[in-house]
Design a protein around this ligand. Structure first.
Ligand SMILES: [Mg+2]
Length: 266
């Protein structure tokens, strides 16, 4: 007995946009920090004959004990090097090509959502994977991320996001005044993809800036809680928090179904 909608192609006239934040949403930002420390340790070891591994461990320890801020100043001081080298170390850190991996749930949901698109668009609906059969609408994938543009693009390239996303907005490309919570990146996503606000959902980890403007514009919002992430301890008032809270990106699927499919079928 075939499924009820086996031969029914989905509506594609009104695509939906599932738009993600990057740092601590799709990958653990501590990976970037660690990767940057390795690059700086390698530079100092190569230039001044110091022990690479020892320098790396020293930076990790300073991060744990004192947080970000003056790590490179301390490393230079402790190793008898000139403090004026600090700006060079910051440049090495920022410009290095990081080695990054998605959180497992992020890699899975991006693959699931992406893999559904060819089926939704066309010919082979009968063999479509479960998620495509369930969602029944075309999804555009997007990214909005803040941070120094060069650094963010290096992260995007390291994760291979350019091949997965329909739109990538590095807000810094438009000026620091366009960082979240500026409406500019959200508006640009809608303009470029041709989607209305209620067809957009933003998924992020930071209630300081990820959701307030998205909500004002009429987007749906989802907060992902990432233990160990920099925003894990932050709780804001309702205006700044998201409509939904999840601990695993696989939990997005029923949320998307509730937001869109059920209403349109009903
Ligand atoms: Mg984030």
């Amino acid at each position: 007995m075939p499924l009820e909608n086996t031969n029914k192609l989905p509506k594609t006239v009104n695509p939906k946009a599932v738009v993600f934040d990057l740092d601590d949403t799709l990958y653990d930002e501590r990976q970037f920090v660690s990767s940057g420390f390795k690059a700086v340790a390698q530079y100092l070891a190569g230039s001044y004959g110091l022990n690479n591994q020892k320098l790396f461990l020293q930076m990790q320890q300073l991060l744990c004990e004192e947080g970000r801020g003056r790590i490179f100043d301390r490393v230079l001081l402790d190793n008898g090097l000139d403090s004026s080298l600090v700006s060079l170390l910051v440049e090495v850190y920022r410009s290095h090509k990081p080695v990054l991996e998605f959180y497992p749930d992020a890699g899975e949901i991006l693959r699931d959502l992406k893999i559904s698109i060819p089926y939704l668009k066309g010919s082979n609906w009968e063999s479509a994977p479960e998620i495509a059969r369930d969602l029944k609408f075309e999804i555009k994938l997007g990214l909005i991320t803040d941070g120094a543009a060069g650094v963010q693009w290096n992260k995007i390239k390291a994760l291979g996001l350019e091949d997965m996303m329909d739109i990538i907005i590095v807000s810094d490309d438009f000026g620091t005044e366009c960082w979240k919570p500026s409406p500019v990146p959200y508006q640009r996503v809608m303009d470029k993809l041709g989607v209305v606000p209620e067809s957009c959902v933003y998924i992020g980890d930071n209630p300081e800036k990820d959701f307030v403007t998205a909500r004002k514009l009429g987007w749906h919002t989802v907060r992902i809680w990432r233990p160990g992430g920099m925003c894990f301890a932050i709780k804001k008032d309702l205006l700044y928090e998201a409509d939904f809270e999840i601990t695993d990106l696989q939990q997005l699927k029923p949320i998307l179904l509730n937001l869109w499919t059920l209403k349109e079928d009903g």
